[in-house]
Write a new protein. Structure first.
Length: 293
């Protein structure tokens, strides 16, 4: 995740306390472990359990304090562990303590004294758990935390571009990169009359929402070799499709969706089309107007 998005996740998670934090952990752990492998607290009737990871035989205890107070922190750990030993130990041999802050040293020592094999999860671990989710799952948990959708655009586009670069071979073939084009002429040359208005509307949407600026900024940050990899891959894949431009573009999108996306990911489709239209505008793909030749 990029820094602004990661920081936003951190701030939102740290602001949660009591049952709000417990509910967040339920949302996150169902995504991480799967609905079939995680039992939320409402189905357990509590008794010191804030969730159960069935796949690892682990009972989860959550703590989202309003304030971090040493005495309260230690008491919470000791009380939760006591309830676990009395009610759950026979069925679940593993214990996990989860909190939304950096676990203080005194808390780490307390847990280690109670059970040296216990799993300790703090805010850095939670952020890493989110990092390891699929893009669509990240957005799901981001929506749950009311994180601004725009913060995902840069992170999402960067991931998509890096997928394409990672899967390409470097070539020394030179593909001219031009910036001053008359876009409507290029659209008219490559699309049927009935498709022109919808393509121009789509282009305007990407432009007005700042998506093209984000793409441009991301591409500017790559070195020449990686940028050449990206251009060559897109051009090579495009030329190996058949038919008119619209059909080739459709085939290219389907190919990338199948290879890189998870399930029916509308957001991935949105940004994938943005990258391909951006490269189309820069005449990496598609028939060129006379001004471009």
């Amino acid at each position: 995740m990029n820094s602004p998005l990661k920081n936003s996740f951190r701030v939102q998670i740290e602001s949660l306390n009591l049952f709000k934090f417990q509910d967040f952990i339920t949302e996150l752990f169902i995504l991480r472990y799967g609905a079939e492998n995680y039992i939320p607290p409402r189905e357990i009737k509590d008794k010191g359990a804030d969730g159960i990871i069935t796949s690892s035989n682990t009972l989860v205890a959550c703590y989202g304090p309003k304030i971090i107070d040493k005495k309260r922190y230690i008491k919470k750990i000791e009380d939760d562990f006591k309830s676990y030993k009395e009610n759950w130990f026979e069925d679940y041999k593993n214990w996990m303590f989860v909190t939304n802050n950096d676990i203080p040293e005194y808390a780490i020592k307390t847990i280690n004294n109670l059970n040296p094999d216990a799993t300790q999860i703090g805010i850095k671990n939670l952020l890493q758990f989110i990092e390891e989710l699929t893009s669509s799952q990240k957005r799901t948990i981001g929506k749950y935390l009311n994180i601004d959708r725009d913060l995902f655009a840069r992170d999402y586009l960067k991931e998509l571009i890096e997928d394409l670069i990672k899967d390409s071979d470097f070539t020394t073939e030179n593909i001219d990169y031009k910036t001053q084009l008359y876009f409507p002429d290029k659209v008219s040359l490559n699309f049927a009359q009935e498709d022109i208005n919808s393509v121009l509307d789509e282009y305007d949407s990407y432009f007005e929402n700042g998506v093209f600026n984000v793409i441009s900024g991301l591409l500017f940050g790559y070195d020449d070799e990686d940028f050449e990899k990206l251009k060559h891959k897109i051009k090579y894949d495009y030329t190996n499709e058949s038919g008119k431009f619209k059909n080739r573009l459709k085939q290219l999108i389907e190919k990338y969706l199948y290879k890189y996306a998870s399930n029916n990911d509308d957001e991935y489709l949105y940004y994938l089309r943005a990258i391909l239209l951006y490269l189309f505008e820069q005449c990496i793909i598609g028939d060129k107007t006379k001004a471009e030749k």
